[in-house]
Each structure stands twice: as C-alpha cells, then as structure tokens.
Design a binder for this molecule. Structure first.
Ligand SMILES: Cc1cc2nc3c(=O)[nH]c(=O)nc-3n(C[C@H](O)[C@H](O)[C@H](O)COP(=O)(O)O)c2cc1C
Length: 169
C-alpha cells in the first residue's frame, strides 16, 4: 500500500512538472509586519464577483498572518523579477524579503509597484486540504502594467513564454 502510494505521488510530481504556470508573490501585512512567499498555485475562479484562489502550505510563515489579517495580495511576476523568487521561497525570512523589489501599500497590502498584474483580495474562505489551505479571495482591486512578459515555472525552472502558435477565441 505504501509503495503504491509513493509511486502514485512520484507520478503526480513528475506529471505536475509538465504544468507551466506564472510565478506570483503572495503577500499580506498583519500588525505592521509584512509577509510574502512565492507561489504558482494561483487561479482565477470567477469574474462575477471577481474571485481568485491560492493554495498555501499551512507550514509556510505567511499562512497564519494571512488568515489573521483577512486580506492579501497576489503579485504576478514579470521576467525582470526572477531574482525575487529564491528570496521569497526560503533564502530570506520575514521582512527581509521586502528589502528587494519596489513595494507600495495598496488597501493596506504590500504590492510590487511594477508587477505584471496585482490583485488585492479580502479573504473569503479557507478550505483545508491535507497540508494546504485553498484560500479564496474576493478581489477588491486589480492593477496591471502594459508589458506582458510573465515569469513562468516549468520542470523546476524559471522560464519565459514562447512564441504565439494561434490566437485563442
Ligand atoms: C516556483 C515556486 C512556486 C511555489 N508555489 C507554492 C504554492 O503555490 N504554494 C505554497 O504553499 N508554496 C509554494 N512554494 C513554496 C514557498 O514559496 C516556500 O515554501 C515558502 O516561501 C517557504 O515558507 P517560509 O515563508 O516559511 O520560508 C513555491 C516555491 C517556488 C520556488
């Protein structure tokens, strides 16, 4: 049973390495302290009302302050932000992470001034699934810059998007 489980998990991990996604920095501020982490488990849920979801490991340092603050921001990264990823995924801790990048406060949340897109969200619900919380956020404010050059994560590497094959309907 254990072997079957670990084989299924290994297959799951390998299959997910084929899933290309835009890297985001999830941020929050609670009691005057900023918290942030790199995340790819981010998805639009519905446009009416504007809702986003983020999957956050309960062991991540942002997990509790985000729920306590009841508010968070999703900062979608541009290619130019590649150096921030290791800093926001363990290399630095706490406030030190915000010593890099240009941060502003929007609706009380830390937002990367030149994020490709940024969303400030009110926490709507958090559903626990094993190690993670699926956090649903009602979008209070969305902003973006004109340049579209997303920083992507694929096969464990930071990559850029490739040429257009066809325009989707
Ligand atoms: C490219 C990338 C994507 C990640 N995506 C997620 C994610 O979606 N959810 C998550 O909980 N952790 C994700 N992580 C891991 C967290 O960034 C990392 O574990 C976290 O910053 C460490 O928590 P700490 O703040 O306690 O150091 C990702 C890491 C990287 C490098």
């Amino acid at each position: 049973m254990g072997d079957a489980n670990s084989a299924a998990q290994a297959a799951f991990r390998s299959a997910m390495r084929r899933f290309t996604s835009t890297i985001c920095l999830i941020t929050t501020e609670h009691n005057g302290v900023r918290h942030g982490m790199a995340a790819t488990a981010v998805q639009s849920v519905t446009a009416d009302p504007p809702t986003i979801l983020v999957c956050i490991n309960q062991s991540a340092s942002i997990s509790k302050p985000l729920k306590d603050a009841g508010r968070f921001a999703v900062n979608m990264l541009h290619l130019s932000h590649a150096p921030l990823v290791p800093l926001f995924s363990g290399k630095l801790k706490g406030e030190e992470r915000f010593h890099h990048g240009e941060w502003i406060s929007l609706d009380g949340m830390p937002v990367l001034a030149d994020a490709q897109a940024a969303f400030v969200c009110e926490l709507q619900d958090a559903v626990n699934v094993a190690t993670h919380d699926v956090v649903l956020g009602h979008v209070l404010e969305a902003r973006f810059i004109e340049s579209i050059a997303p920083l992507l994560y694929e096969d464990g590497k930071l990559v850029r998007s490739s040429a257009i094959i066809e325009t989707a309907a």
